[in-house]
Design a protein around this ligand. Structure first.
Ligand code: ATP
Ligand code: SF4
Length: 286
C-alpha cells in the first residue's frame, strides 16, 4: 500500500460506517453468470422493503449490470454529498462505470492505476446512505480490481465472498485459484454457487446435464477444499431472456426451479451475514 492511498482508506472506512454487510461476488472465468447472480441477489434481498440494497459493478472494462438491471442509458448525478446511485426501486441503488459512458458500446481501455482510481471513487464518493447489504460485482479472475477492492475495504470489514462457477472442470480450475486468492488476502468465503447446473425440462421435470461435470463438479471441489456449496442454479432460458430485457427473473418465473435455487442460496447468504454480525457483537460485549 502506498502512502497516497492511506487517506482514501480512512475516507472509505468512514463512508462504509453506514453499510452493514459487504459481499463480493467473484468468478474465475467470464460468462459463468456472476453478474446475473449479483443482480438476482440484489433483487432477492430487496424484496423485503425494509432492507436497503446497494449494487456496485466494478467490472470496469465489461460492465453488464446496467443492462441486466434495466438501467441502460441512465446517468449518474452529482449531489452535495457525492455521486447519487441510480435507483431501480426505492430500496435498491446501483452504481456502475456503465453509467459514465456515453454509449453502452464504448470501450474502456484503462490500465490498472486508472481502474483502481475509479474503484476508490466508487467506494468513497457514492452517497449510498444507510445500507443493509452492499453487493460488489467484480470482473472475472483475480486482477488489480480484486486486490484494490479488498485493500480499500480491509478496514471496513467485508462479510465475505460468493464464488460463481459452472460444473465444467475449466471453470472449477479457475475457482480453485479464486479460493486460494481469498485465503491469501484473508477474505472469508461465504460459499460457492454452481450455475448452469443441469436443465430441468419444464414439461416432464426430468433433469439433464447439459454440461456434465467430468470431475465431480462444484460439490466435490467444495468437499476437497472445505468450502460450503451454497447451491446449484439450473440453466433456464428465461434467465437469459429476462437479463437481456433488464427484468428480474423472479417476477416472471416465481416458482421455477432456478428461482427456488436462487432463493435458498440468498437465504444461506443472509444467515452467514447474520451469524457473522452476532459473533462480532458478542465479541464486543464480552
Ligand atoms: N442459470 C442460467 N441459465 C441460463 N442463462 C444464464 C444463467 N446464468 C446466467 N445466464 C446467462 O449467461 C450469460 C452470461 O452471464 P453473466 O453476464 O452474468 O456472466 P458473468 O460471469 O458475469 O460474465 P462476465 O464476468 O464475463 O461479465 C448471460 O446471457 C446470462 O443471461
Ligand atoms: S425429457 Fe426431453 S424429451 Fe422428454 S419432455 Fe423433457 S425435454 Fe422433452
Amino acid at each position: 500500500m502506498t502512502d497516497s492511498q492511506e487517506p482514501a482508506i480512512e475516507e472509505i472506512k468512514e463512508k462504509m460506517k453506514t453499510v452493514k454487510h459487504k459481499i463480493l461476488v467473484l468468478s474465475g472465468k467470464g460468462g459463468v453468470g456472476k453478474s446475473t447472480f449479483s443482480a438476482h441477489l440484489a433483487h432477492g434481498l430487496a424484496e423485503d422493503e425494509n432492507t436497503q440494497i446497494a449494487l456496485l459493478d466494478i467490472d470496469i472494462c465489461g460492465p453488464s449490470i446496467p443492462k441486466i438491471m434495466g438501467l441502460e442509458g441512465e446517468q449518474v448525478h452529482q449531489s452535495g454529498s457525492g455521486w447519487s446511485p441510480v435507483y431501480v426501486e426505492d430500496n435498491l441503488g446501483v452504481m456502475s462505470v456503465g453509467f459514465l459512458l456515453s454509449s453502452p458500446d464504448d470501450a474502456v481501455i484503462w490500465r490498472g492505476p486508472k481502474k483502481n482510481g475509479m474503484i476508490k471513487q466508487f467506494l468513497r464518493d457514492v452517497d449510498w446512505g444507510e445500507v443493509d447489504y452492499l453487493i460488489v460485482d467484480t470482473p472475472p479472475g483475480t486482477s488489480d480490481e480484486h486486490l484494490s477492492v479488498v485493500q480499500y475495504l480491509a478496514t471496513a470489514r467485508i462479510d465475505g465472498a460468493v464464488l460463481i462457477t459452472t460444473p465444467q472442470e475449466v471453470s472449477l480450475q479457475d475457482v480453485r485459484k479464486e479460493i486460494n486468492f481469498c485465503r491469501k488476502v484473508k477474505l472469508p468465503i461465504i460459499g460457492v454457487v454452481e450455475n448452469m447446473s443441469g436443465f430441468i425440462c419444464p414439461k416432464c421435470k426430468k433433469e439433464s446435464q447439459i454440461f456434465p461435470p467430468t470431475t465431480g463438479g462444484a460439490e466435490l471441489m467444495c468437499q476437497d477444499l472445505e468450502v460450503p456449496l451454497l447451491g446449484r442454479v439450473p440453466l433456464d432460458p428465461l434467465i437469459g431472456k429476462n437479463c437481456d430485457k433488464g427484468q428480474s427473473f423472479f417476477t416472471d418465473a416465481p416458482d421455477s426451479p432456478a428461482t427456488l435455487a436462487y432463493r435458498s442460496i440468498i437465504q444461506r447468504i443472509q444467515e452467514f451475514c447474520d451469524l457473522r454480525q452476532s459473533k462480532e457483537e458478542n465479541l464486543i460485549n464480552s
